[in-house]
Write a new protein. Sequence first.
Length: 616
Amino acid sequence: MSNSRTNKRKALQPSKSMVRQSGSVEPLRIEDMVTNTPSSTLYFKRLKYIGCPKLSNGGFGKFIPKFKEGVELIDAKRDDFIRECYQLFEGINTNSAYEYFSGLVYYLVWVDDSNVAIPEDGHLAWELIDKYMGWCQQQYRLGLLTRSQFKCRKGAISWLLRQNNRRHDAEKLPSIKNVKTDTETLDLETELKPTVKALFSAYFSLLNHFRAGSIPSKHPLYDESLIEQEAKKQGANGKQLRGRKTAFAHAMRNALPNKPIVELAMMLTYMFTGMNSTPLADMRICDVSFREVQGGKYLFNSDKGRANYQEQDNTIGFSKHARRFIESWLDISKQLANGDDNAYLFPCFTMDGRAISYSQGSKQPQQAINRLLKHLGLTTITPSKFRKTRSDILFRVTESVYLVAMSNNNSPEVTARTYIYGTDKEHENNLSAAMNAKYDVAKGKKIKEAVSEAKYKYGDILDNYEYQRLRQGQDRTHEARTPTGARCNDSRKGAGSIIEKSLRRAGVATDKSESACTDFLSCFNCQQHTFVTDVEDIWLMLSFKDTLQQLQQTPAINSMPERKYTDLYNTVESILNGFKVKNENNYQQALEKLMDAPHPLYSTVYSLNDLLETFS
């Protein structure tokens, strides 16, 4: 019976992968050794010569880059080592290959520049690698190498050792701690805002060209006045200035179609979300969802591979710029993908027209942008800078490690390591304020006056949008605008509790729900105050300042102690200067309102005394 059963198992069919190759075909000449990665090409002929000279820029088609004219090519006599490396690189076809190759180039350049004798064990002899790592550590301590650069050089050596079954040696390489904390934070007013403003302007200019089917002759970041200003600052001559201006034209001529607008869109999204590079680069159009939460929010769905593929909630709030931007980009992204929702949200186009992820490419979207930003005198950008800046601002506003951790899709424990002692920007402001006060005291200013002025000069001043975001989700029942122009976040606290106790001692019955602080002259020293560059606030404070000046001229009606008056006037003047720096447009509008009429609270010179009598 069993023999009569039909055998349903299929016969094994041989495939190419099962057949052992008789031998691999490798180029005999090092000049012919070329390895292709997803978005770049590695030319091993560079390694043959001393100093690993660079090649001329590549082009389209079958153009093979050559060494630049005038470069002296001296044979380094390391052909065998190059052949070994070529065999190792032939086995990988990922973006990591470019990083390892770059690290190998740095290593060989060091070998050539140091004129060290090559040991019998060859270029990967431990004594040679140990010297190289020691040199890298020294450069890092001197500030000539960043942590990330040090990491790149170490990573390449570690990979080469492991590929040669030398894991034990790879583990002996020096550890590099806190690589991520090397990222600098952008100053909100002087660095972040001017740069983001330029990026937005360029993006919407390219958006108009995309919809019209045209290509601008120059990159829209071009600003002739800024270029000339930066060139003058650096002492650039006429030829250099012309080169900087033509760089904006070359940026459009040499770029693949639609590449500039994709790069700008990606960097603006980094700024809004604070996402890491790889999750954002690997996102698909279908990963963008819309949800109504307190007026609406866009959510980006992504997984965090390093943390067991946990889901991430990356929100773009509905500011006017955020909504306008993300809606416009979704429209463009779908057009670039011909309606395919599974296509990359930010496609990286290759020479042959394929759309891959930027995480697979050798060049990051900010590289081309940063070359132009330098010519404008604007700060250079990276996803990590945007992420760190966003986190620092959020912590300074909320002082909550938990909220920062949730925003970054990190654990509170990881976030606490960075923010448990405050932010670098906060420390810088405190140091600047201390040095400013010390300088004023040395010039003869009274200590209290110098400290007060420095405090408000380096304190945080918010625009109305920032203030609304700060107060979002909080109890705003007892929020108020004070007679001095400062905002009070909770009128029950601060001097309010002191006033309530005084009334109780005096036998005056008070209703706790109706208690409120009336000591508005003490607002500047109260923790509940916030400065907002709203036109109404600035107009009110300008009117308050004018009243103080009038009281000074008519001392007979000034019931305020002279010292308190002087301190108050200096404080208000310092805050108004901060308002002007933060939002000059609103400051000018408030000045125009003051010219028409002062705020109703200060309609006469007696207004301040009337207010003091009313609230005292």
